[in-house]
Write a protein that binds this ligand. Structure first.
Ligand SMILES: Nc1ncnc2c1ncn2[C@@H]1O[C@H](COP(=O)(O)OP(=O)(O)OP(=O)(O)O)[C@@H](O)[C@H]1O
Length: 456
C-alpha cells in the first residue's frame, strides 16, 4: 500500500469514527509499510499507538482487508525523529493534548515521568478468586466517580499484579476522565523529587505540584519506610489531597500496619480507606493467565502448535509468581518458534528445565514444623506433643495451616505427622487460622513471614 492509498483509506475512516476522533487519533498515524501481514505505522507517542490499537485496531484491520491488503496485525512505533509532543507529565495524556500539545506549565516539567506500561490494562488482567476484590476495588476507582474510599490501599507479594492494577486504573481514568490530573509514580520517585526540591530550594513548587493533582497513585510505598523527612512530606501531601477529596491509590508489598519503620500516624492514615490484598495465585488463576497469554502469542507466532496439557502442567508446577510464569511461557514460545517445533510436553521440560527445577523444591511437613517452632520459640516436641495450652496450640495450628497451604498432604496425613491427631482436629486448626488471618494483623504477618522463609 502506498502512502497515497493510506491517505484515501484514512479519509474513509473519518466517516466511521467521526471528525473529532479522526483528528485526535487517526490523522496523526503515519503509514510506513505492510510486511509479512503486519501493517506498521509511526505514531507521535506510545499512548496514541496504544489507544488506537485498542479502540480502532479492528476497524483499521477491517478497512485494510476491504481494500485488498492481507494484514493480520497492526504495529505502532514511536519514531525518535518525529516532531513529538514532550510528554512532561506522567499522568493523563489527554486526547485533546495529542493533536496540539499545550506548552507545558513550568511546574509540570518538574513532575517525574513514570510511563505507563501499555500492556497493563484491565483487558489483560485475569481475574480469579485471589485477586477479585482488589480488581473490583480498582475498577470502582477507575470509574472516576465520587470518591468513596480514600485511600485505596492495594498490597500483596512480589509479582502478583499490584503495578498492573495501578497502571490499569491510570489508563482507564485517562479515557473516562481526561479532565482529571492523574499522577502515577513510585514512592522512590516521590522521594527523589522531594530531595531534589529540597536541594534546589523549590519546596513551594513541589508542594504546589503535588497538591494540584486529582488522583495520586504511589506504587511500592514501603520504600519510604525509615526515610523520615520523605514520610513527613508524604503525610502532608496525603492529608492535603484527602482534605480536598482527591483520590489516592497506594500499593505496597504488605499491609499498612505491617510496614516497619513507618510512622504510626501514616500507617493509620493509610488504613482509613479500603485496604485490599492480592492473595498468592491459585491453580485456576495461573491457568487463566497462561491461557490469556497464549491468545496473545497466537498472533505473534501464528501456526505454532501447543500440545494439550502443557498449560495445565505449567500452572501446576510454577506457583511462585505471575512474573515467573509469564517469563516461562515467553521463553517457551520463543524457543519453539526458533527451532520450528510444536510445543509438546517434552519440549517444555527441556526448554524450562531450570525454571521447573527451581520450583520443584517441595516444602515438607518437617520443615514447616521446624520453622514454626523456631519462630515461636517452642520445642519441636511440644509442637507435636499432646499439650493443649495456647502457647503450643496456636503455633501447632499455624503449622497445620501452612502444611495444608504449602504441601500436597491430605488432612489425615497432616494429622498423623502431628502426633497422630485426627483429621477433624487439623481441619479445625486450619479454619481457626484462616479466621485469625483476616482479623489478627500479627498472625497475618507471622504467616506471611513464615511462608516467605519456607519458599525462599
Ligand atoms: N491477574 C493477572 N492477569 C494478568 N497478568 C498478571 C496478573 N497478575 C500479574 N500479572 C502480570 O505479572 C507481572 C508482574 O505483575 P506486577 O508487576 O503488577 O506485580 P507487582 O505485584 O507490582 O510486583 P512487585 O512487587 O515486584 O512490584 C506483570 O507482567 C503482570 O502483567
Amino acid at each position: 500500500m502506498t502512502k497515497e492509498q493510506w491517505g484515501q483509506l484514512k479519509q474513509s475512516l473519518m466517516g466511521t469514527v467521526g471528525q473529532s476522533n479522526f483528528k485526535n487519533w487517526i490523522d496523526p498515524l503515519e503509514f510506513d509499510e505492510i510486511a509479512e501481514g503486519v501493517a506498521t505505522f509511526t505514531v507521535p507517542t506510545t499512548f496514541l499507538g496504544n489507544y488506537v490499537s485498542r479502540n480502532f485496531g479492528d476497524l483499521i484491520l477491517h478497512q485494510l482487508g476491504q481494500a485488498g491488503h492481507t494484514v493480520r496485525r497492526l504495529n505502532f512505533r514511536v519514531a525518535a525523529n518525529m516532531p513529538t509532543r514532550p510528554v512532561t507529565r506522567p499522568h493523563a495524556v489527554r486526547p485533546d493534548e495529542v493533536e496540539a500539545a499545550p506548552a507545558p506549565r513550568a511546574a509540570d516539567e518538574q513532575l517525574p515521568n513514570a510511563p505507563l506500561d501499555s500492556r497493563f490494562t484491565f483487558d489483560t488482567f485475569v481475574v480469579g478468586k485471589p485477586n477479585e476484590l482488589a480488581h473490583a476495588a480498582a475498577r470502582r476507582v477507575a470509574e472516576g466517580g465520587p470518591v468513596t474510599f480514600n485511600p485505596l490501599f492495594l498490597y500483596g507479594g512480589v509479582g502478583l499484579g499490584k503495578t498492573h492494577l495501578m497502571h490499569a486504573i491510570a489508563w482507564e481514568l485517562q479515557q473516562r476522565r481526561p479532565d482529571l490530573n492523574v499522577v502515577y509514580l513510585s514512592a522512590e520517585q516521590f522521594m527523589y523529587r522531594f530531595v531534589q526540591a529540597l536541594r534546589d530550594r523549590k519546596m513551594m513548587d513541589f508542594k504546589q505540584l503535588f497538591r494540584s493533582v486529582d488522583v495520586l497513585m504511589v506504587d511500592d510505598v514501603q520504600f519510604i519506610a525509615g526515610k523520615d523527612s520523605t514520610q513527613e512530606e508524604f503525610f502532608h501531601t496525603f492529608n492535603a489531597l484527602v482534605d480536598q477529596n482527591k483520590q489516592i491509590i497506594i500499593s505496597a508489598d504488605r499491609a499498612p500496619g505491617e510496614i516497619k519503620d513507618m510512622e504510626e500516624r501514616i500507617k493509620s492514615r493509610l488504613q482509613c480507606g479500603l485496604v485490599v490484598d492480592l492473595h498468592p495465585t491459585d491453580y485456576e488463576l495461573r491457568l487463566g493467565i497462561l491461557q490469556s497469554k497464549v491468545e496473545q502469542y497466537r498472533l505473534q507466532y501464528p501456526g505454532l502448535k501447543l500440545e494439550s496439557g502443557v498449560l495445565e502442567f505449567l500452572a501446576h508446577r510454577i506457583s511462585t509468581n505471575v512474573r515467573v510464569l509469564e517469563g516461562a511461557l515467553t521463553r517457551l514460545f520463543a524457543f519453539a518458534s526458533l527451532v520450528g517445533r510444536p510445543i509438546t510436553m517434552a519440549l517444555t521440560q527441556d526448554c524450562l528445565a531450570d525454571v521447573l527445577r527451581a520450583s520443584e523444591r517441595k516444602i515438607t511437613v518437617e520443615e514447616i514444623q521446624r520453622k514454626v517452632s523456631e519462630h515461636y520459640n517452642i520445642r519441636l516436641s511440644d509442637m507435636i506433643g499432646p499439650k493443649r495450652v495456647r502457647t503450643f496450640a496456636r503455633p501447632r495450628q499455624i503449622a497445620m495451616y501452612l502444611c495444608k497451604q504449602l504441601t500436597s498432604r491430605s488432612l489425615p496425613e497432616i494429622g498423623r505427622r502431628f502426633g497422630g491427631r485426627d483429621h477433624t482436629t487439623v481441619m479445625h486448626g486450619v479454619k481457626k487460622i484462616e479466621e485469625l488471618r483476616a482479623t489478627d494483623g500479627q498472625i497475618a504477618e507471622d504467616l506471611e513471614l513464615l511462608r516467605r522463609a519456607l519458599e525462599a
